[in-house]
Design a protein around this ligand. Sequence first.
Ligand SMILES: Cc1cc2nc3c(=O)[nH]c(=O)nc-3n(C[C@H](O)[C@H](O)[C@H](O)COP(=O)(O)O)c2cc1C
Length: 202
Amino acid sequence: MKDKPVKRSCLAIACSPRKGGNTEILARRALDGAAAAGASTEIIILRDFCCAPCKACDGCFKNGRCVVKDDAVQIFDKILAADGIILAAPIFSMGICAQAKMFIDRSQQFWACKYVLDKPVVEDEERRRGRLGVFLSVSGAGLPGVFEGAARVVKYFFKMLDINDAGAHCYSKVDKKGEILERPDAMAGVYEAGIKLATFFE
Ligand SMILES: Cc1cc2nc3c(=O)[nH]c(=O)nc-3n(C[C@H](O)[C@H](O)[C@H](O)COP(=O)(O)O)c2cc1C
């Protein structure tokens, strides 16, 4: 049996188009928790990357690799290398924001790997077991069930990526830019979630 990893790596993907917005703040706070618990951390600000949508060409069915060679390729590599993944995305029009959904659709190569080519996305079984993901979200209003659709999409994303779902941290009535900073429950909750991502084996 291999030694347990001494240092886990945590990657956050912040999907909001709003610079310095609420979900980006939550993602950074979760990474603070992960870093404090000893993980290496990185944040991807999705709006800074140029990723085309999935063309539904089924090209990835051949070898599990997307035929479109743009910035998504480097994000895919980082996702595969990470032990802990944070997907941070707000609710827009009653669902996960389009930027997040577009990227999740674009990750179809992993679905092809698992379900067409019948191969694990992460080959090493021990690494696979240790991969953990959390979803962070906010909504401006407080409608019941507003996060349900988005959380379902992210569960699907994690499953496709051989990531064990470690739950969702979703906060309603957070609308103005930076308003999440006035919610100590949220800031503490995601910090704890970051610690959990970093210390899964301990
Ligand atoms: C285009 C757009 C659509 C939105 N749709 C909803 C919605 O359907 N329900 C809701 O509660 N909030 C909605 N909001 C509010 C956002 O969820 C809220 O402003 C949130 O704090 C944004 O997070 P961010 O700062 O991380 O981008 C919408 C905001 C925008 C810009």
